[in-house]
Design a protein around this ligand. Structure first.
Ligand code: SF4
Length: 327
């Protein structure tokens, strides 16, 4: 499906729940209110909407996200359903309870997961996630690797919080065939973002290059990440530079929130309510097409995330926090 800037959209991120069993500071505001069960898409509604995107609009990549998708009791069933579609399916999880679901997920045919981990320091983990859990998350990452899943580890790098651990995460790629992705800290409602707290793409490469020699790898044309490899190591690392070097020109991503609202961009301020229309028995195709055509060229129409634009960015931000958009 093409937008008015000529971008073809083949990737759909589906948030199936807005709750999470962690409360990460950069993702969940202190006073977050959660959806009631009846507001959430049901298992069948997720499948009905996803099938339409695949069969009518050529979506061939789906990522299941949250909040934390595994807190939803039927998360594995939803993954199993979606794996029946002709798509590449991924799951984004904080891995806190992954061990409980791994057999069923692997059994259903899941091949790839993205795990959020921002530190190797258990005390720092508690400060960022506002609850304990480092040991379990790290053990479950290793378990997923042992089970042969393709594992991406997403680290949100925040200046003065965890930027001193970048080398520790790079060294993960020496010991494991894992793909570490360093994410520039992005502005979302309630996450106390400031441009000065962004540890930039250039700083990350400088930091890594001060110790390691690494090579640039070819990136998938629609990839969000710029990938590298420390020579001869099994794993890779990459940077998602939305703040300093946005990649909107090749964006092929659309999103669905847990209550069935379509967002044409991570930073979209307008949403299209597909679920209410679906529940009224209406054709949702015109709504989907209208939402794609309305997509802004960059950053959901927000100004660039430059220091001099900070106030404008924070003023114009969507009121929806990251936890209910999904990674
Ligand atoms: S900011 Fe929006 S348009 Fe840009 S890459 Fe991200 S989702 Fe796509």
């Amino acid at each position: 499906m093409k937008d008015r800037h000529g971008r073809v959209h083949r990737s759909l991120r589906i948030s199936i729940v807005d709750k999470c069993d962690l409360r990460c500071t950069y993702c969940m505001p202190e006073d977050q209110h959660f959806l009631r069960r009846e507001e959430l898409m049901t298992r069948d509604e997720v499948m009905a909407i996803a099938r339409l995107f695949v069969e009518r609009y050529g979506v061939d990549k789906i990522r299941v996200t949250g909040g934390e998708p595994l807190v939803r009791p039927d998360a594995v069933d939803i993954v199993r359903d979606l794996l029946r579609l002709p798509v590449k399916l991924g799951l984004t999880t904080n891995a806190l309870t992954l061990d409980k679901h791994l057999d069923a997920l692997v059994g259903a045919g899941l091949k790839s997961i993205n795990v959020s981990l921002d530190t190797f320091d258990a005390e720092r983990f508690k400060r960022i996630a506002r609850r304990d859990g480092f040991e379990r998350v790290w053990a479950n990452i290793r378990l997923a690797l042992e089970r042969g899943l393709r594992v991406k580890v997403n680290m949100v790098v925040m200046r003065g919080v965890n930027d001193d651990e970048i080398l520790r995460f790079v060294e993960l790629t020496r010991d494991h065939p894992v793909h570490v992705r360093f994410i520039e800290f992005m502005p979302f409602a309630g996450n106390k973002w400031g441009r000065e707290r962004v540890y930039t793409y250039a700083e990350m490469l400088g930091h890594i290059g001060s110790v390691h020699s690494f090579e640039k790898l070819a990136d998938d044309p629609h990839s969000t990440a710029k990938a590298y490899r420390v020579c001869d190591w099994p794993g890779t690392f990459a940077v998602i530079s939305t703040v300093t070097e946005p990649f909107c020109g090749t964006c092929d991503r659309l999103r669905l929130t847990a209550e069935g609202k379509m967002r044409n961009c991570l930073f979209a301020r307008e949403e299209m309510d597909l679920l209410s229309a679906l529940r009224r028995g209406e054709d949702i195709a015109p709504l989907i097409e209208a939402n794609v055509l309305a997509k802004h060229a960059m950053l959901g129409g927000l100004p660039p995330f430059k220091p001099e634009k900070q106030e404008e960015v924070l003023h114009d931000l969507s009121a929806r926090p990251m936890v209910s958009i999904g990674g």
